[in-house]
Write a protein that binds this ligand. Structure first.
Ligand code: KIV
Ligand code: NA
Length: 273
């Protein structure tokens, strides 16, 4: 089994074979993707995907740590990156360091990811200078949904310069890679061309240095909504529905459990001589 890459290995993949990544929140899903992924993200999307929250704002450090520990048990060859949840880093570099260090120490993650560009550059520099590799996340940043006003494409037309400035700021601050979420393809390609660090696209461009998707989205498990950028590679939600419907029918007509699912017993011996 190959040794899991670290943040510097990921950085060195700039311009090479595209980096493959998915989110994971549990041990079995991490085990399934581990042989196929370069890195796995314990995303704060866990709040919406597994906990039924309507945004990522309610995700806590405790949730991230619990899911991070579960994912770590399922990984062998892929690197683990973990999201810093809303309100765990925005106050400033000291708060960010304290919580990033805790996430890494308690889960074994090799890096943290945080949302923000120019406004987070100082924090990214503080963390990276003190031993914490940071993956940045710019473009659509779901933790800022209340100020962005919706999950819309970021960096169109006059907004492009702001996203480009964010990319340069996080790269200059020492981020080892940057997620570009929901930005126009031409802008993603320009950022990828200008940056010395790998760009990881989600709703961005096939020209990015890597791609990431939310695993429950691409497997068809999370169906509350489907962003345009999601490709469904499977329809596991529909398969689960029909499996459970069949189980319900068989319980009701007593065809489950069948003979092979129950335990035979020896008939108690009668009148021992
Ligand atoms: O939380 C998440 O799943 C993410 C990815 C979509 C990049 O941040
Ligand atoms: Na996230």
């Amino acid at each position: 089994r190959k040794k899991a890459p670290n943040a510097e290995d990921i950085r060195a993949r700039k311009g090479g074979q595209p980096l493959v990544s998915l989110t994971a929140y549990t041990t079995p899903m991490a085990q399934v993707m581990d042989p196929h992924c370069d890195f796995v993200l314990v995303g704060d999307s866990v709040g919406m995907v597994l906990h039924g929250l309507t945004s990522t704002l309610g995700v806590t450090m405790e949730m991230m740590i619990l899911h991070g520990q579960a994912v770590a048990r399922g990984l062998n060859g892929a690197m683990m990156v973990i999201d810093m949840p809303f309100a765990s880093y925005e106050e400033g570099p000291a708060q960010a360091f304290r919580n990033a260090a805790r996430l890494m120490a308690e889960t074994g993650a090799g890096a943290v990811k945080l949302e923000g560009g120019v406004e987070m550059a100082e924090t990214i520099r503080f963390l990276t200078k003190r031993g914490i590799p940071v993956m940045a996340h710019i473009g659509l940043t779901p933790q800022s949904i209340n100020t962005l006003g919706g999950y819309k494409v970021q960096g169109r037309d006059a907004q492009a310069d702001a996203v480009l400035a964010d990319a340069h700021a996080v790269s200059d601050a020492g981020a080892f890679s940057v997620v570009l979420e929901k930005v126009p393809q031409v802008l993603a390609d320009q950022i990828t061309a200008e940056m010395a660090i790998p760009t990881i696209g989600i709703g961005a461009s096939a020209g990015c240095d890597g791609q990431i998707l939310v695993v429950d989205d691409m497997l068809g498990f999370f169906t509350a909504f489907k962003p345009k950028f999601v490709k469904r590679y499977a329809d596991l939600g529909a398969q689960a529905d029909s499996a459970i419907a069949q189980y319900a029918a068989e319980v009701r007509d007593r065809s489950f459990p069948a003979a092979k699912h129950v335990f035979a017993d020896t008939v108690p011996a009668k009148g021992n001589t």
